[in-house]
Design a protein around this ligand. Sequence first.
Ligand code: ZN
Length: 236
Amino acid sequence: MQAKQIETIKRYQDLDMQLYSLENEFIKSQEFRAVHYLKDKYLKGEKSYARLLKEKDDQIDHFEKIIKKFDELKVIEENIDQDINEIKDLVELDLYEDSLLKYEECVTSIDKEMNRSTRKLNEIKIEVERLLKAIEALKSKYIEQKAILDNLKKEVLMKGAPLKKEMNSLEEHIDKNFLKKYRALRKEKKMPPFVQYLNGNCAGCGMQINLEVEKKLINSGDYTECPECRRIVYKP
Ligand SMILES: [Zn+2]
């Protein structure tokens, strides 16, 4: 690599480091965190809401099952709906009393389950109302915070625009494959991606790499990949 080419890349990288730090400031900002926190809470709220609706449906199904028990009750009712004077003997009396007992049990059980189910449905209703209010509040807070963040984003983009402009013009003078590799390293947050080979060390990760790269880095401008961090190391 020519000395001029190295200078171009170094300039490009300097600008990009400034851009990178602007991006990082943005991502670490209070505003960015606030928006993501609210979004997260909102999504959790929506999940809880879906779970409550499912619980409500289950309770309604259960309610319908209780109502079917009235049919059972009707059958027992027919058995006890006879004139007490028509009972002829003790066996018939026993049967009659049995039916009476069953009837009572059935009524008690229906009553209990109806109460339980009604109570549960009421609880769900209250919880749904509370949740909907909370979701609504989160939504307006999110919209508010998002507008603040959008403004901040505009500011960052404005600050970054002149950097980006100069970088674009420099890109024309940099090898395409080199840029591809550079961008891949940037994506992995290995910044800066283009580093010097100094005293047998990679200036990026600081590891001793002379054994692996010595033969590839003979003349000034020679470059290769650091076997430790994959950055591009060049001989100054
Ligand atoms: Zn390295």
